[in-house]
Design a protein around this ligand. Structure first.
Ligand code: SF4
Ligand code: FES
Length: 393
């Protein structure tokens, strides 16, 4: 779904550590399955592509089951059922059951608003291992406004409670931006009150829908510094009680993030229509042909051999300044989707890097937007977005 930061289970984290560098190009241990782009929420920072897959294109139940079996066979250990909103698919329980029967660890990444207690209980009985619920804020007014969905916040709180009653581990995912960063201390407390194991404080990453909404979402440098301070303080204070993952917006960094662990190195996801992608935003890059599980190729073949996965793998594709940079094997030139969105060429250095010739221009633009007046959202939907009514912003 919209808020993709993927928590490895503790057991997987141990396996990740054991994996040697030489094996980095092996099949990833965890795969993100975006089983639908349908979603009742309209978050303005959704990580789905602006051009969404309609339901008629979605893989069928049998096709998803075949994908799950194939993933288990090639060594994947964990799948994240995501979207869109994965509970919008009527066959979710059947898919979770199939994944569980093939030995896969299953995580549900959900907005929670479509769940009933009975449905959640059915998912638990089917073998669901973990639930991640996204929150848009701490109080109903703002949270429901960000999601573009009335009553959503209250329902999320209820589902979080059921999750723990059913003894399922819970991750709270909080996507942060200029309009809700002031609520961070209360969000941390909310995660504690909900008895979550993990909290993800994920600052918005600016591509796709979020790039369209950048002027309404970009935090100021001061807000971001305060956010970092609060996270560090809470991590120390809550050691052993709550794990806090932290994702910063790289606009204000000097070096970019190692996006996806490097293109085609540690991660792939499968879109609702079955395309195997090096990252959830990859389809925003034009000129790449992403193969589908409906093609004649196996998933393992697509991962290892397809042109799209190999185009930006490693360092051979790099231009200057990345080409001769000492950090090229550390961050792999940052984010290809961000480089494409901001420069028009995915092979350029991610402008989040201070060595990119565009870094200063983009940083200044972002700083100006952060100090600006824009607060209206362009809501995510199948029609290419709807501007929030002026009176609601
Ligand atoms: Fe990373 Fe490229 Fe910047 Fe070097 S120039 S720090 S490799 S993005
Ligand atoms: Fe696609 Fe960074 S989001 S490579």
């Amino acid at each position: 779904m919209s808020d993709v930061t993927i928590p490895p289970s503790d057991s997987l984290a141990v396996l990740e550590k054991q994996r040697s560098t030489a094996e980095t190009f092996g099949i990833p241990l965890a795969v993100l399955l975006e089983i639908t782009h349908r979603c009742p929420l309209q978050c303005p920072y959704c990580s789905n592509p602006v051009e969404l897959d309609r339901s008629a294109k979605e893989l069928t139940t049998d096709e998803w089951k075949k994908v799950l079996s194939e993933l288990a066979e090639i060594g994947v250990l964990q799948v994240h059922f995501s979207g869109g909103e994965p509970t919008a698919r009527k066959d979710l329980v059947e898919l979770v059951k199939h994944a569980s029967d093939t030995g896969l660890y299953t995580n549900l990444i959900t907005s929670a608003v479509l769940l009933t207690r009975e449905k959640l209980s059915d998912l638990a009985d089917a073998g669901l291992c973990h639930v991640q619920i996204s929150f848009q804020g701490i109080e109903e007014g703002l949270a429901d406004r960000v999601a573009g969905y009335k009553g959503g916040h209250r329902k999320k709180l209820e589902v979080a409670k059921w999750t723990r009653e059913l003894d399922l581990p819970l991750t709270v995912n909080a996507v942060m931006h200029r309009q809700n960063l002031h609520q961070l201390p209360d969000i941390i407390q909310m995660a504690l009150d909900l008895d979550a194991d993990r909290l993800e404080v994920a600052n918005v990453q600016y591509y796709g829908w979020a790039l369209k909404n950048r002027a309404a979402l970009m935090p100021t440098v001061a807000q971001l510094d305060e956010c970092t301070r609060l996270v560090e303080e809470a991590r120390e204070r809550l050691k052993g009680r709550l794990t806090i993952d932290y994702v910063v917006p790289d606009y204000y960094a000097l070096r970019p993030k190692k996006c996806m662990g490097g293109w085609g190195r540690q991660f792939f996801n499968i879109s609702p229509a079955g395309r195997v992608l090096p990252c959830h935003a990859a389809e925003s890059i034009t000129g790449l042909d992403f193969l589908s599980v409906r093609s004649n190729h196996s998933i393992a073949w697509i991962w290892q051999n397809s042109e799209a996965f190999n185009r930006y793998r490693g360092t051979g594709w790099m231009k200057e300044p990345c080409k001769s940079c000492e950090f090229r094997e550390i961050d792999f030139g940052g984010c290809r989707c961000q480089a494409f969105a901001l420069t028009g060429d995915a092979a350029n250095t991610d402008p989040a890097c201070a060595l990119s010739p565009l870094h200063e221009t983009i940083f200044k633009q972002a700083e100006a937007e952060a100090e600006g007046e824009t607060s209206r959202f362009l809501y995510r939907n199948f029609a290419g977005g709807t501007l929030e009514p002026e009176n609601d912003a």
